[in-house]
Design a protein around this ligand. Structure first.
Ligand code: KIV
Length: 275
């Protein structure tokens, strides 16, 4: 049965929530079958699927295209779709219109957007339109150029204070969950204790209400390139690479296809055709 916001919120402080990113139908179907609670169609799709250097080039149409495929597969899992760069930053109107498109055209359950107190006007307006919102603070990849790179956030007193204030501001604006990305564990724990909404951590330690990972990272899909906070649950890169290499060899030496992979036709017909 489809999970709702209330199912998820009732688990705050008791039963941790599992969330993974997905961008296509078969992957989302497996996650749904595995019982993963939430699926995020992240704008990380720019890096891990589309081959961009960062998430900035991802469009609302990209998110809708991939979001539709994921939503078709997620019978039970709660689906959140990222609002990409410049789909909400310029105005409240943009934010509501684009969040509306994403929800209406994909059938997802919520949208996620990056930023703290400075975006609460957009968040309030989106929620007022009937669209649940997940916040995202800490490392916010859409601000890579102002942050000067990807690194742990909130380590100084001033920065930690700002993250706490941002989390409270997002809660007051009505989000039901906040993604905490690359935040020191003890700070994420404090935010989790101080906020009544769910905290979903990625590189934010053990005490969040839930965890999220990019699935290519946790499956070892991109080889050994993964941040410190990722646990590798599989080694798909090597498994797939070996399969591709073996296929290339077998094509070259004609050992694939074998007879068992072929379709037969009566010899009479072939004789007739050969003349
Ligand atoms: O885009 C994404 O995949 C995300 C996760 C890193 C939380 O926002």
């Amino acid at each position: 049965m489809k999970k709702t916001i209330f199912d998820l919120l009732s688990r705050k402080g008791s039963s941790p929530i599992s969330m993974l990113t997905a961008y296509d139908y078969p992957t989302a179907r497996m996650m749904n079958e595995a019982g993963v609670d939430m699926i995020l169609v992240g704008d990380s799709l720019g890096n891990v699927i589309l081959g961009y250097e960062n998430t900035l080039a991802v469009t609302v149409d990209d998110m809708i295209h991939h979001g539709k495929a994921v939503c078709r597969a997620a019978q039970d899992a709660f689906v959140v779709i990222d609002m990409p760069f410049m789909s909400y930053q310029a105005s409240v109107e943009d934010a509501v219109r684009n969040a509306g498109r994403i929800l209406k055209e994909t059938g997802c359950q919520a949208v996620k957007l990056e930023g703290g107190a400075e975006y609460t006007d957009r968040i309030r307006a989106i929620i007022q339109a009937g669209i649940p919102v997940v916040g995202h603070i800490g490392l916010t990849p859409q601000s890579v150029n102002t942050m000067g790179g990807y690194r742990v956030q909130g380590k100084s007193l001033k920065d930690a204070q700002k993250l706490l204030e941002d989390a409270k501001a997002l809660e007051e604006a009505g989000v039901f969950a906040i993604t905490l990305e690359c935040v020191p564990e003890a700070l994420a724990q404090l935010i989790t204790e101080r906020c009544g909404v769910l905290t979903i951590g990625i590189g934010a330690g053990r005490y969040c209400d839930g965890q999220v990972l990019v699935y290519q990272d946790m499956l070892g899909y991109a080889g050994n390139i993964a941040p410190k906070f990722v646990k590798k649950y599989a080694d798909l890169h090597n498994t797939m690479l070996e399969a591709f290499k073996q296929y290339k060899i077998e094509c070259a030496e004609r050992s694939f296809p074998g007879e068992e992979h072929t379709f037969a036709i009566s010899e009479e017909i072939i004789k007739e055709l050969r003349g």
